[in-house]
Design a protein around this ligand. Sequence first.
Ligand SMILES: Nc1ncnc2c1ncn2[C@@H]1O[C@H](COP(=O)(O)OP(=O)(O)OP(=O)(O)O)[C@@H](O)[C@H]1O
Length: 261
Amino acid sequence: MSANHLTIEGLRVETIDPQGRTALVDGVSLTLHAGEVLALVGASGSGKSMTCAACLDVLPPGTRRVKGSVSIDGRPCTATDLRGRQVASILQSPRTAFNPVRSMREHVRESLRVAGGGADAWADVRQAMRDTGLDDPERILPLFPFEMSGGMLQRMMIALALISRAPFIFADEPTTDLDLIVQREILDLLDHLKGERGLGILLVTHDMGVVARLADRVAVMEAGRIVETGGVMQIFHAPHHIVTRRLVEAHLSLYRQEPAA
Ligand SMILES: Nc1ncnc2c1ncn2[C@@H]1O[C@H](COP(=O)(O)OP(=O)(O)OP(=O)(O)O)[C@@H](O)[C@H]1O
């Protein structure tokens, strides 16, 4: 389970189009450390989700990864090595992420099958569920997705990430579909797990409020490229790139605040 850093190098994703190829992700390089939240921010369509999907080889039809590598602590990893073993995913819409005709118990079994759980596996499952705020695992395990709220499903998705024992999490807009109170609880939970379990979290978001709450470092994307990276304080108080400045200004103007001079 332990790993120090995950490195993405020179990632390029293109459309598969007989009329010509368009780069959707263009030379993205990033390092995600254990025990940190690295926020990947940028306008809609800038390539944040494609970057994560390309690493895990779950790109949508019509697109493909043409260049780039991912390594953990310097060891090159295939997408199969990464998916569910080194990297767990938390998605925006928990309701569509779960199979509607499978109970939570069946989803857990599938995660254990990939993670290769030992004799104590089910005790670990119950602990992971409690750690994510699902205090009564015996009541929840028989439930189907339609019997659970969005917040419960998002907690269950995070519990499945813990069960996988992956040291890194790709969280793609993990709070966008939740009400404000549950959003705050899920952000607090991710923050707690980062500290408690030393997870490295790549947090995809266009919400600078979420960045301010959770991120240690920030990488800003525009048109498939990383245009700026920095610590969260630097990004908010001394942004260099025009795209970063616009993101920060738009966020501050929502709360009627002035950017730092
Ligand atoms: N199946 C597809 N075929 C071709 N282009 C696609 C496909 N899916 C997405 N794109 C394009 O890829 C680019 C990057 O999309 P991506 O979903 O990574 O953006 P994003 O930064 O995650 O945006 P958002 O914040 O809206 O989720 C966009 O221009 C998008 O239109």
